[in-house]
Design a protein around this ligand. Structure first.
Ligand SMILES: [Fe+2]
Ligand SMILES: [Fe+2]
Length: 259
């Protein structure tokens, strides 16, 4: 099977790019299942019903999130709606709505997508993702298991790759918005990348207006987040799955979409 995974989709520019590129890539690469990280989907932070529907209608099959999950209040009802293909990190408090993984039947294969969030350099404290993912894998099984690993620190990220090597099909890093040059299949057969990178404005600071962001660093003052405009950098990975939950290959796909 061929699984397409988009890193953090940033605001309207990111959503428009998905609408444009996904139908093309579905044909070009024969995609069976598409996942997108929606941490920055609505106005750069969080998820709204409209923004979620936009990417689902464009062809995304399952949506994950991260540290900005709670930025928009309406996400609570979206996560409570079991009909919606939306998950949030599994190692959030068990008091919050939603689930951290989802099982989906695609033809003859059962696919499980797990969403995890890192503990290092994050604003809030979360449960231990290493322990939580092991618990999920003890309780559930699938033919293909894809992990969206939303974390900041590269050491924590690669250690999750080693923790899950041979146990899942792919561990795919999100959150930093910058793709890393380490896409590989680990020795026991798990596809891994430290960060897939974003789907967001190319001439920007992680999707934010570069002048505003730069001024914040020069003046050492907080800046008001504003999404940049212009061509969109699309970053995604294409996973080809093999037998026994293993991956045959992982390829970073990059394209700039202009409107
Ligand atoms: Fe994030
Ligand atoms: Fe993000």
């Amino acid at each position: 099977m061929k699984i397409l995974f988009f890193g953090d989709v940033v605001g309207r520019p990111g959503r428009e790019a998905i609408k444009k590129i996904l139908p093309q890539w579905q044909k070009k690469y024969n995609i069976d299942f598409t996942i997108a990280n929606a941490d920055n989907l609505a106005h750069g932070k969080g998820i709204t019903e409209n923004s979620l529907n936009e990417i689902l209608e464009a062809g995304v099959d399952l949506v994950t999130s991260g540290d900005h999950t709670w930025s928009k209040k309406e996400v609570n009802s979206l996560l409570e709606n079991k009909e919606l293909p939306l998950i949030r990190p599994a190692n959030f408090s068990d008091k919050v709505p939603g689930k951290g993984y989802r099982l989906v039947q695609v033809r003859t294969k059962k696919i499980m997508v797990i969403n995890l969030i890192g503990q290092t350099f994050m604003k809030h404290e979360y449960d231990n993702p290493f322990k939580i993912v092991s618990k999920i894998l003890d309780e559930e099984d699938a033919d293909i298991i894809i992990v969206d690993w939303h974390a900041e620190a590269t050491a924590e990220k690669i250690c999750m790759g080693w923790h899950l090597d041979g146990k899942v099909t792919a561990v795919l890093g999100t959150h930093t918005h910058v793709p890393t040059a380490d896409a590989q299949v680990l020795p026991q057969g798990t596809a891994y990348i430290t960060d897939v990178g974003m789907v967001g404005p190319k001439d920007s600071s992680l999707g934010a207006n570069k002048e505003v962001a730069l001024e914040g660093f020069i003046k050492q003052t907080p800046f008001k987040y504003k999404i940049a405009t212009g061509p969109v950098q699309v970053n995604a990975v294409l996973i080809e799955t093999g037998k026994d939950k293993k991956a045959k290959s992982i390829e970073l796909l990059q394209e700039v979409v202009a409107f």
